[in-house]
Design a protein around this ligand. Structure first.
Ligand code: PLP
Length: 396
């Protein structure tokens, strides 16, 4: 097959090939009898032959193997792989995406500080900022991040952090990462981004100047709906600061079993993302043609209002998108009941396609917002499933 047979630009193919090398290639590890996959270090502590060696190691618990609340070899293996993929100096894995997000935010602020956050960020992140952190005297302003102007206007003298999520995972709105990062640097404040949707395969915000990246590993990175996890990635300085403080003190650590499972999932991430991208776009194009669908929110579709920006700062697209319809929410819930391949459930990133039905919210008064996650099944089966559910409710 020639390089252009599947319509992917060569640049992108080269990128995916590199990702395979980064995720899959390991030299034979003679410490583990040549085990082909990282072993699970099921240890809480690590012992030393001399007191001197122990005393040296405890000075840097994040970089030595002393106690698994600081550093466990199986978790460390995954951290190195993820840092490589995201082109980051360092990574620290957490028990969940929220563990990573809350620890990272806490590392930037103290009482009396202010944060600017995009208004469509993940719900619990917004709740943490608006409800929880306000108890400690940290205030947050939420803005429509599609325009840098809105962020600029919200910044105050005590602003310490601009929190981004691009694309957002309900309405799929983007922020211009380079512009936001440049602006924040010019006034001496930090930026951080939730990069879960795009994964490190399709977006590397550090290369655009963003200071810190977080992922919910639970989604595409783990990829099999079998683990919950999170990661922060950035400069050695920022990640070590979080490691020595919020990581060690709050203790929301990733277990070695989870790290081993996730490391296995990671090996197929580039392959899975290629399939997700193609299937997601195919199904999104199909959904766009349905008469009851008012608008499809997928940044990879050429008619998405920010498609140009999407193409300029991401090298591909994942497969979570939404559509707006004027059909009442109860009817769309009945539609979801009729679907056979799409399961009704939260989260995303695993094998199975998923559906949730929500109020239309900010883009329209009534009707509903349906979010579809396109898994690894045949896109033809998924489109046929959507058609049979739509026909059975006389929506076609
Ligand atoms: C965009 C996004 N960020 C963060 C999270 C939180 O991740 P976790 O559930 O692993 O804590 C989620 C979970 O759904 C999410 O969708």
């Amino acid at each position: 097959m020639s390089n252009t047979d599947n319509n992917q630009p060569d640049r992108k193919r080269g990128n995916i090939e590199k990702q395979f090398t980064k995720t899959a290639y390991d030299p034979i590890d003679t410490r583990h009898q040549g085990a082909i996959h990282v072993p699970v270090y099921q240890n809480s502590l690590f012992a030393f032959e001399t007191y001197e060696a122990f005393s040296d190691a405890v000075k840097q618990p994040m970089h030595n193997h002393v106690y698994s609340r600081g550093n466990n070899p199986t978790v460390e293996y995954l951290e190195n792989k993820l840092a490589d993929l995201e082109a980051a100096e360092a990574a620290k894995c957490f028990a969940s995406g929220m563990g990573a997000i809350t620890a990272a935010i806490m590392s930037f602020v103290a009482q009396g500080d202010h944060i600017v956050c995009v208004d469509q960020a993940y719900g619990p992140t917004k709740e943490f900022l608006s409800v929880y952190l306000s108890r400690f005297g940290v205030e947050t302003t939420f803005v429509d991040g599609r325009l840098l102007e809105n962020i600029r206007e919200a910044v105050k003298p005590n602003t310490k952090l601009i929190y981004l999520e691009s694309p957002t995972t309900m309405f799929f709105e983007l922020q211009n990462l380079r512009e936001c990062a440049e602006y924040a640097r010019s006034i001496g404040i930090h930026t951080m981004i939730d990069n879960t949707w795009a994964t490190p395969i399709y977006q590397n915000p550090l290369a655009h100047g963003v200071d810190l990246v977080v992922h919910s590993i639970t989604k595409y990175i783990a990829g099999h709906s079998d683990c919950v996890g999170g990661v922060v990635l950035g400069s050695r300085e920022l990640v070590d600061r979080i490691g020595n403080n919020e990581y060690m003190l709050f203790g929301a650590i990733m277990t070695p079993q989870a790290a081993a499972l996730i490391s296995k999932g990671l090996r197929t991430l580039p392959l899975r993302m290629q399939r997700h991208e193609t299937s997601g776009l195919t199904v999104a194009e199909h959904v766009r043609t349905l008469p009851f669908v008012h608008r499809v929110n997928h940044p990879g579709l050429p008619n998405h209002p920010q498609h140009e920006l999407a193409a300029s700062q991401m090298s591909g697209y994942s497969s979570l998108f939404s559509f707006i319809t004027q059909v009442p929410i109860e009817t769309m819930k009945a539609w979801a009941d009729k679907l056979k391949y799409f399961k009704i459930g939260v989260s995303w990133g695993g094998f199975e396609s998923l559906v949730t039905v929500n109020p239309a919210g900010k883009q329209q008064e009534d009707g509903s917002l349906v979010r579809l996650y396109i898994g690894l099944e045949s896109p033809q089966d998924l489109m046929a499933d959507i058609d049979q559910a739509s026909e059975s409710l006389s929506l076609l």
